[in-house]
Design a protein around this ligand. Structure first.
Ligand SMILES: Nc1ncnc2c1ncn2[C@@H]1O[C@H](COP(=O)(O)OP(=O)(O)OP(=O)(O)O)[C@@H](O)[C@H]1O
Length: 323
């Protein structure tokens, strides 16, 4: 496969074939002997927003570090579209938005410099930005609403603003795969909504977005796929299949709060019991049978029709004989 010319996006998602990120049975240990991930395996396709969900210390950041080649798995491998990670990173296929703690904010660079770093793969060895690089950097800052801060030192921004600048750097890179580590931590609701809107646009344009988050309540609203981890993959698949009460209790144990409502008026579950499971940010509501309830029914017609069918089948099934 040939590498792309430096002055054009290496992969324009709309024209490119689907791309697969494949994590194949990786085990990652740190020098102190701690095994952070064991036999971790899942596959993701472009055109999806996937949430990486797990408790503190479950290995989310480690997984990102392994994908980015910052830590080397002792077993297994990560592949992108059938090529090695090293080759995929070299071809600019993957952009990474790290957690705030992983960045040295005292480093004296401006917002503009940070976003231009996303263009390094397109510049020659002198790293002199060309008109196209400046154009893309400007557009990326505008998309995250940070253009007016372009001359500010990066260390002088708020936490949410820093996150938006790093997202702009990822956009400027024009990578098919974008990894975001906890993009909503310390971000206000308005910024969160703006980031989600942007991620949806990127997904619709054929990008693959993998986003780690503690904000469980937001996941069903914007992620169509979930990988649930605790030092290995507990469940992976479409959100409505993975985000079940059982799976979340298995992944989060005592970390979540439970509320049970015996008579609820949630959506069409009048007079049916619902369980409310919350991480104290946005509650997750589960109807009969442990199915996840959505805050809006719009766009969920298929899921609801399937549930109605399941309910009808269950109602038609003969009662088990009591002894
Ligand atoms: N450099 C390191 N050396 C040794 N152990 C580490 C190192 N980094 C992380 N760990 C350990 O590996 C485990 C996974 O950490 P990781 O940061 O991947 O978790 P996480 O799911 O991202 O957590 P959080 O939600 O708190 O960000 C934890 O037990 C952590 O203490």
């Amino acid at each position: 496969m040939t590498e792309s010319p430096p002055d054009s996006p290496p992969h324009s998602p709309a024209e490119s074939p689907p791309l697969e990120l494949s994590v194949e049975d990786i085990t990652v240990s740190y020098p102190n002997g701690h095994v952070a991930l064991r036999d971790t395996r899942f596959r993701l396709e472009s055109g999806r927003i996937c949430a990486l969900v797990g408790v503190n210390g479950s290995g989310k950041s480690t997984l990102f570090r392994a994908i980015m080649g910052f830590v080397k798995p002792s077993r297994g491998r990560v592949q992108v579209g059938g090529r090695s990670m090293q080759s995929a990173l070299k071809a600019g296929l993957i952009a990474y938005v790290p957690q705030a703690e992983e960045v040295d904010w005292t480093f004296p660079v401006s917002v503009w410099d940070v976003v231009l770093m996303g263009r390094y793969g397109y510049m020659n060895f002198l790293r002199m930005p060309r008109a196209r690089d400046r154009e893309v950097a400007e557009e990326s800052l505008r998309r995250v609403g940070m253009l007016e801060y372009r001359d500010r030192q990066i260390g002088e921004l708020s936490g949410g603003q820093k996150k938006r600048v790093f997202l702009a750097r990822a956009l400027a890179q024009r990578s098919r795969i974008i990894l975001l580590d906890e993009p909503f931590t310390g971000v206000d609701v308005q910024t969160e909504t703006a980031i989600i809107k942007l991620l949806r646009e990127l997904c619709a344009a054929g990008h693959l977005i993998l986003v780690s988050t503690h904000n469980l309540g937001a996941v069903p609203e914007f992620c169509d796929w979930v990988v649930l981890i605790n030092r290995t993959v507990l469940a992976a698949g479409p959100t409505e299949q993975v985000f079940t009460q059982d799976n979340l209790v298995r992944a989060f144990g005592g970390v979540l709060r439970h509320f049970k409502f015996d008579e609820s008026t949630v959506q069409k579950h009048d007079e049916k019991a619902v369980t409310l499971l919350t991480d104290d940010e946005r509650p997750l509501v589960f109807g009969k049978g442990g199915h996840l309830e959505y805050s809006h029914r719009e766009g969920k017609e298929d899921v609801l029709a399937e549930r109605d069918e399941e309910e009808a089948e269950a109602a038609a099934a003969p009662e088990p004989r009591s002894r």
